[in-house]
Design a binder for this molecule. Sequence first.
Ligand SMILES: Cc1ncc(C[n+]2csc(CCOP(=O)(O)OP(=O)(O)O)c2C)c(N)n1
Length: 654
Amino acid sequence: MANAIRALAMDAVEQAKSGHPGLPMGAADIATVLFTRFLKFDPAEPDWPDRDRFVLSAGHGSMLLYAVLHLLGYERMTIDEIKRFRQLGSLTPGHPESEITPGVETTTGPLGQGLANAVGMAIAERHLAAEFGDIVDHRTYVLASDGDLMEGISHEAIALAGHLRLHKLTVLFDDNGVSIDGPLTLTDSVDQVKRFEAAGWAARRVDGHDPEAITTALRLALASERPSLIACRTTIGFGAPTKAGTEKTHGSPLGPEEIAGARERLGWTEPAFSIPADVRDLWRRAGQRGKAERQAWSGRIAGMGPDTRAEFERRVRGHLEGDKLAAAVRSVKEKLAGQPTDVATRAASEMALEALVDALPELVGGSADLTGSNNTKPKGMRVLSAADYGGRFIHYGVREHGMAAAMNGMALHGGIIPYSGTFLVFTDYCRPAIRLAALMGLRVVYVMTHDSIGLGEDGPTHQPVEHLAALRAVPNLAVFRPCDAVETVECWQLALRRTEGPSVLALTRQNVPQLRLGHDESNRCASGAYEIVPAENIAAVSLFASGSEVSIAIEARKFLRQRGLSARVVSVPCFELFLRVPDSARRTIIGDAPVRVAVEAGVRQGWDQVIGSDGAFVGMDRFGASAPYKDLYRRFAITAEAVAAAALKALGKT
Ligand SMILES: Cc1ncc(C[n+]2csc(CCOP(=O)(O)OP(=O)(O)O)c2C)c(N)n1
C-alpha cells in the first residue's frame, strides 16, 4: 500500500518534470499507517466537522497527500488530476492549497506554518468541545520535516501547544536527516525528542519504515495527556536505488532509470499511474473506515436539542448573525453619538469588543503579551487555558508568528472567528502567516495598535513607518485605519463581515478627537473612503487622510479657509475597500478639486492610487525617533500647517 504512494509520487513528478518525490517516498509508510489505521475521515464528506485534521506541514511533499486522497477514494482526486500534477487549474498544485483541493486542510509550503496552523486547529477543537460537548471530538495530526522543525515558528508553536497541553495533537516528524543542501549534519544538531520534551510534549523515536512501531507510537499518543511527537526515522526517496538517502531525491524528478530501478527494488511491476486492483481495494476499504462513525455522528447531532444544534451548525458554517452584529455596532455608535468620546482608537476598539464579544460567541481573542496595550480583552472575558478550554481569550505569549499562524488554524478549523493583537510594527513578525491568511481567504482579525510615530517615546524601533504600505500591498488583506471611535466600531463591523479574507485594524496609542458626531445608521467606512467634512464652496483642495491624521487634515482645512480657500476632507479608512468601489463612485469620492493632498504618518507608497502622482503627500520618509508624540509630529512636520502649506504650494500661492 505504501508503494502505491511511492509509485504515484515518482510518476507524477516525472510527468510534471518538477516536484518533490523524496518526502512522499520516505514518509509513505507513516502516511499509510496513519490513514488506514488511525485517521477519522470520510472521503464522501471531506468537510465533516468532526473529522480528524491532517496537516502536511512539509507542503513540498504534496504528492504524498494527493496520492493518499486518490487512493482513499476522494471523488474529485482522479488519476487524471494526479497526471496533471502542478498544471494550471488542476486539483494538484505544486504545494497543497486548501481552497483548491477537497481533503487539504491548509495551504502549506512555507515551512513551519502548517505545524503552527495545527496548533490553532487543536485549540479550536478543545474550545468547541468545551462549548458543545462530545459532538466535537477529533484529533489533529501533522507530518513535519526537518525544515519545519528548523524554522523559528516551530519553537513558538510547540511551546504554546505544550503549555496548553493539547493532548489531541500529534506530530509525526519525518526524521530523514536530509534537507536541500545535503545531510542535516551540515546545519543542525538539535535533539528533537529532548526539545519537544522540554516544551511539555511526550516524545519518542521509531523506525519510520516499521508499520507496527508506528502503530504502537500512535496508540501511545492516543492515550497521552500531552501533545505527542513521534520522530520517525526514515530514508528520503526510499526505494530509489542510487539516490535514496540523499538530497538528490528531495526536489527533482528521479529520471527514468532511477524510477525503473526503484520499481524493481520495491517489487512494483505496474506501469506508470496504474495501481493493482488488490492494492486499490485495500486503500478503498481504508477509505470507508470512517463512514459508519460519520453516520453515527450525524445521528447524534440530529438528537441534540434544536437550539444547540442550530447554533453548532451556524458556527461551523461560519454564518455570522448579521443582525446581532449590527445591533452591537448600533449600541456603541448610539452611545458615542450621545456622549462623544476622545479616546485612542485602541480604547475605542475595546469599547467595540465589549459589545461584540457578548453578541458573537464565535469571537476568540488574544494578544502576544500586550493585552493591556492592545485592549483586546474586554472585562469579564475568560482566559482559555489548559484548565479551562472554554475560555475565550488566549495569552499567546511573546509569539507573534505562532499566534498569527494558530489563528489561521482556528479559522480553518471553523466554528471560531479569531482576533488578536500586537503592535503594528510587529506585523513583520506575523507576515508569513498574514500572507497565507490572505491567500487562503480566512476571516481573521489582527488588532494592531501603536500604529505610527504617535506611539511616542518607545522610539523608531517600535514606530511603524512602512508597515501600512507593506500590508496594503498584500492582495486580499483589508487594512483598516480608523480615525476615531465611531470609525473604529464601523471598521470592526466590516472586518467581521469580511468572510473572504483577513483584516488588520491599525489603531492609535494616543487619544484622538471624535470627529463623527451624531448618529449614522449606515456604515460610512464601507466604501473605504468618504467625505467626512465637505467644502464650503467649490473645493479648491481635497485633503485625504487616514487614522490619527484625519483630525490634522480637518485642522488644515481651517487654515486654508483663513486664506480664503475652500477645502474638503476625505477620510480613507481602507484602501482595499476603496479600490473596489465602482469607478464613478470612486471618482466622486476623490472629487475634482484641482489640488489633492494626502497626510498619513507613514510612507507615501500606495497613496498615488488616491491622489495621483502629482498629488502632494505629507508623511514620513525616514524612521521616527524617541520623544513625546506631539514633539515628533512637529519634528517630522506632520501638522495642519504643513498640510495647508503643501496645498498652497500646489496652488502656486506661496
Ligand atoms: C520558509 C521556507 N523556507 C524555505 C523553503 C524552501 N524549501 C523547501 S523544502 C526545504 C528543506 C527541505 O528539507 P526537509 O524539510 O528536511 O524536507 P525533505 O528534504 O526531507 O523533503 C526548503 C529549504 C520553504 N519551502 N519554506
